[in-house]
Structures are given as structure tokens and as C-alpha cells.
Write a protein that binds this ligand. Structure first.
Ligand SMILES: [Zn+2]
Ligand SMILES: [Zn+2]
Length: 149
């Protein structure tokens, strides 16, 4: 997924991916529906779209889970959320305010921008709402560069 821009999914679909990532395997439509307070038929439609784009597996009678591509995307989504909320927190918002503000616009910030911000922040390990993993940023390309530290 090196060609991923980070702008592939709508805010709503991002919520589905994050939820499936948290819940693990065999998540049922009814669970998603209760969590999101959305009609099950709306969920089914969105999840089917995610399945046809390769993010989600559907095992009949068992439920939904993320594919490898979906999991990789989920890691990026968490990093994007945490980098952006850390940034707002740094400029004076509380942790809760930062998370809430970021949730409203995170879907529209590209992976390229996040990688640049991540790099300029020094790839922080702790965000305001959890650990930040850097597997999905370009960190591996920087290991051999001498200007580190
Ligand atoms: Zn947060
Ligand atoms: Zn990073």
C-alpha cells in the first residue's frame, strides 16, 4: 500500500475501520450498529463497500474482520489521529479537546502531510490518547541518514 494517500476513506468509514480494529475478529453488524447508533442496513452497505475495496473480510454467519490491508490502514489511522491530536495539545488544547477537534477533520489530512509532521516532531511515541507506532511512516528510510540526533 505504498500508493496510499490517506484520503481513501470517508470519516464514517474510518470509524468502521477503527472499530473493527479495536474489536478484532468476527464483529457482527448488530454490534457495529449499536456502537455507532446507525441503522444495520446502512452498516451493511458501508461494510460491503469496504469489503469490495479490500479492507474488510466478511465470513458468513461469523461476522467481519479487517484484511491485512485494512489492518495496515488502521495503523495509519491511529497514527494520524494521535499525531494531529498531539499537535493541537502542544498548542494549548486539553487532551480531550484535541481528540474531539481532530476527529472532525482527520479524514482530510494526507499521509504525506502526516509523515512530514511526524518526522518534524521526531516520531513521538506517546500521544494524548495512546501509543504512537511508526511502522506506517517513512521511518525505515531514515535509519541510514547521518543527521539523526
Ligand atoms: Zn484521541
Ligand atoms: Zn513517525
Amino acid at each position: 500500500m505504498d500508493d496510499m494517500t490517506g484520503l481513501e476513506l470517508s470519516p464514517r468509514k474510518i470509524e468502521y475501520i477503527k472499530y473493527l480494529f479495536e474489536k478484532g475478529d468476527n464483529v457482527r453488524t448488530t454490534e457495529i450498529s449499536a456502537h455507532m447508533e446507525v441503522d444495520p442496513s446502512t452498516i451493511t452497505k458501508a461494510i460491503n463497500e469496504l469489503a469490495s475495496s479490500g479492507y474488510v473480510n466478511h465470513v458468513p454467519y461469523r461476522g467481519f474482520s479487517l484484511t491485512e490491508k485494512g489492518e495496515e490502514y488502521a495503523h495509519f489511522l491511529l497514527r494520524r489521529h494521535r499525531i494531529l491530536s498531539l499537535m493541537l495539545n502542544h498548542y494549548g488544547l486539553t487532551a480531550e479537546e484535541s481528540c474531539a477537534e481532530v476527529a472532525r477533520f482527520e479524514a482530510y489530512v494526507s499521509k504525506k502531510a502526516i509523515n512530514t509532521i511526524c518526522d518534524s516532531m521526531g516520531h513521538p511515541t506517546f500521544g494524548v490518547c495512546g501509543r504512537i507506532e511508526h511502522d506506517s511512516c517513512n521511518l525505515k528510510h531514515n535509519h541510514h541518514e547521518p543527521h539523526e540526533g
